[in-house]
Design a binder for this molecule. Sequence first.
Ligand code: SF4
Length: 294
Amino acid sequence: MSHALHEPILDWYSAHHRDLPWRTADASAWGVLVSEFMLQQTPVARVLPVYETWLTRWPTPAALAADEPGEAVRSWGRLGYPRRALRLHGAATAIVDRHEGEVPSGHEDLLALPGVGEYTAAAVASFAFRQRHIVLDTNVRRVIGRTIDAVEYPPQATTPAERRTATTLLPTDADTAATWAVAIMELGALVCTAKSPRCVGCPVAALCAWRLAGKPAYEGPARRGQTYAGTDRQVRGKLLAVLRDHEGPVSQAELDAVWPEPVQRARALDGLVADGLVEPIAAGVYRLPGRRPS
Ligand code: SF4
């Protein structure tokens, strides 16, 4: 099955895609999995250096699984949402335990790994193993919303209707479907961006329902903002940075120094402990998480 959007988007991708290390022919399935964890909530430019460091230090799931979870958190650096580091460590451990250290190729096996949801399982099966899956991230959903449904932004959460449309759009041949998945994602990242789509020069401008309808304004519920300053998330980031920057344990006083407001600071620290990102080892002494007894 071919759709009118296929050829222009696949041709555009072939000429204009970025050479990202997790997309090269010699990228391992482990590299693809690591990149997908990192890219979930962090832009490519910030991911690149951490990805390189990470893959150099832990070139296989077994290498990461053999290290302490706290080292994963330390190496996560400032990518944000550091629970992803713990989940990636958990996924590496499960890959060693269940799959002899090889990232599984089956969608169900991928989905069963800690921290791997529907999107990540489909992305890894498609990008690393060239299988045919719908891979719906925010970029893809936006391009489909505009080109097919004539809306500026897709709904806040993925709907069954979006899945049906994405399935209809998926090329029949698995290898083409895998390229299609990354090509439409790249178009959303580079051309059909959220705030300023570059419709002039877009390969599907002549086919785009939203553009042809005169770009009607978005009418859905208010879209989530990205406030950060003053939030508990910011405090958590500051506290965790103290622990990352110390080789050994840190004292309460060292943590207290980075945020003046005691109630919010205590709440943020409690949250980090509850999430397993920080381990209290004595009264007022903390460290990054060590290995759990098996
Ligand atoms: S024409 Fe504009 S809105 Fe439509 S897909 Fe291209 S960049 Fe996006």
